[in-house]
Design a protein around this ligand. Sequence first.
Ligand SMILES: C[S@@+](CC[C@H](N)C(=O)[O-])C[C@H]1O[C@@H](n2cnc3c(N)ncnc32)[C@H](O)[C@@H]1O
Length: 334
Amino acid sequence: MTVSNSPITKSLERIVCKGAPQTNPLGCGEWLSHEGYREDSGASGSQQRVKIGGLQAGFQPAFLSQILELFRYLLSLAKRKKGFSTLDIPRIFNISESAHRIHNPFTADKFATLGAALRLEPETRVLDLGSGSGEMLCTWARDYRINGTGIDMSQLFTKQAKLRAEELGVADQVEFIHDDAAGYVADEKAGVAACVGATWIGGGVAGTIELLAQSLHPGGIILIGEPYWLRSPPTEEIAKGCGAGAISDFLTLPELVASFDGLDYDVVEMVLANQDGWDRYEAAKWLTMRRWLETNPDDDFVKDVRARLTSEPKRYAAYTREYLGWGVFALMAR
Ligand SMILES: C[S@@+](CC[C@H](N)C(=O)[O-])C[C@H]1O[C@@H](n2cnc3c(N)ncnc32)[C@H](O)[C@@H]1O
């Protein structure tokens, strides 16, 4: 594995975002560009953004906390080196999606359809950045005998992916690595390189395609899972209700498909989610949160989970379900 941008360099430009959602309607993607969250820094989800890149901005009150944050980050790097990784996604997603096998609006049949549509040959190597709980790789390893590697920043999801591989008897075909996938380039080239619902890893769709292309055999297939507007939201307010930062964050389906043209890629397949899939992804979080609240009444994260459980069904029904589509697009370079 080669990580092209060194963590130290990144630390100077990154935004450490503890649970403060950046915009992405997919829950576990809501949060971030590509940086970590440390469970050991009082992970009650208290929300604070610290921009380490502001170090040169003079001696301000924020300066000390920035130094402290950099120190913590370096400490976490040292711990990672010793095998005590504290890198993780914000806790809310590890709680609300702990019972999910698939962390996006796809259902099992959609992944099966996609696998069949790609006409996967046995022993095809598949790379998956943001692999979640590993359902795509594990089921394709079982059904199409592919080999694969998944990288994910959630400790819990990575653990679940390994268990799923064992459960399906494919642990010798797929490996799951807990890490930040930003800048990840595989040593061994893949026939399929995927990022299914986590394109912030490459700074957006174009950047993620560029990143995945570095791990791909000539003639290989890139998979991009991405939201699009089913219909353009009439106001910015509605876009925000969908989890977007602005209307301009997403394209309509025709625009998204056309955008691959501009990147010099052929769209060779696509499988789209539907509202039932969105319901499985979103509504499944609610019961998980409710159960978590019942079993963890004294946890200092209760307030956050309670607030989310109260607001999410209404928000989802009013906005995401009505305005947002999601699909996986298979691309081949021209
Ligand atoms: C919307 S989910 C999709 C998961 C998976 N592709 C699936 O279909 O189930 C996004 C995933 O990206 C992971 N993630 C977020 N930022 C990441 C990063 N910088 N590096 C690796 N994984 C990341 C999250 O932990 C989560 O599993």
